[in-house]
Design a binder for this molecule. Sequence first.
Ligand SMILES: Nc1nc2c(ncn2[C@@H]2O[C@H](COP(=O)(O)OP(=O)(O)OP(=O)(O)O)[C@@H](O)[C@H]2O)c(=O)[nH]1
Ligand SMILES: [Mg+2]
Length: 199
Amino acid sequence: MKVHNVEMVMSAVRPEQYPDDGLPEFALAGRSNVGKSSFINKMLGRKSIARTSSKPGKTQTLNFYKIEEQLFFVDVPGYGYAKVSKTEKEKWGGMIERYLTGREHLRAAVQIVDIRHAPSKDDINMYNFFVHYNIPTIVIATKADKIPRGKWDKHKKIVRQTLNMLGDDPLYIFSSEKGIGVEEVWAEIESRMQPADEE
Ligand SMILES: Nc1nc2c(ncn2[C@@H]2O[C@H](COP(=O)(O)OP(=O)(O)OP(=O)(O)O)[C@@H](O)[C@H]2O)c(=O)[nH]1
Ligand SMILES: [Mg+2]
């Protein structure tokens, strides 16, 4: 998709605040600091429409980015961020779970993992959560610029095996730094914009 027009329309905490355009939505999931907001910026060709930080915990609300009047990316706070209190964590968990399990317009989760490391326990739990709720999942192994190209396949295999990914869930190599994978992931997302039962 050629992106000309993006608008951050809503920072939501509660369902009443979600946009009501009825457009398909793709939600970013992944541990804090893995590169979700950077992924959004790269995909949209913007330097900093989604705010990023080298410190974890930057994104704290559900941020809806409306793209070409056709779809939304939803930036979601990362999991596994230690420096918040237990009550804060429960509040966030509730907000994210409510959105992910109750949102009719959600077409797929885009789960981001770090290509350099085997997925963590939190990553595995998140993926299993999507499987459990029948939420289609596109897995993105990002920060590919940090390892040599010759090692990509090996790391891809480790990600697929550690998450115990369903055979038909796609996995893409990505780099927000170098722009690797942008076109492939756009093609994947565009192929999922229609609801499954309307084909
Ligand atoms: N080298 C490299 N660095 C990256 C890449 N993607 C993200 N980063 C860096 O990783 C750090 C975290 O990126 P964010 O996009 O803010 O991460 P996030 O997942 O949105 O984090 P939270 O909002 O805290 O959940 C920043 O310092 C980014 O510059 C990448 O593909 N390559
Ligand atoms: Mg973020």
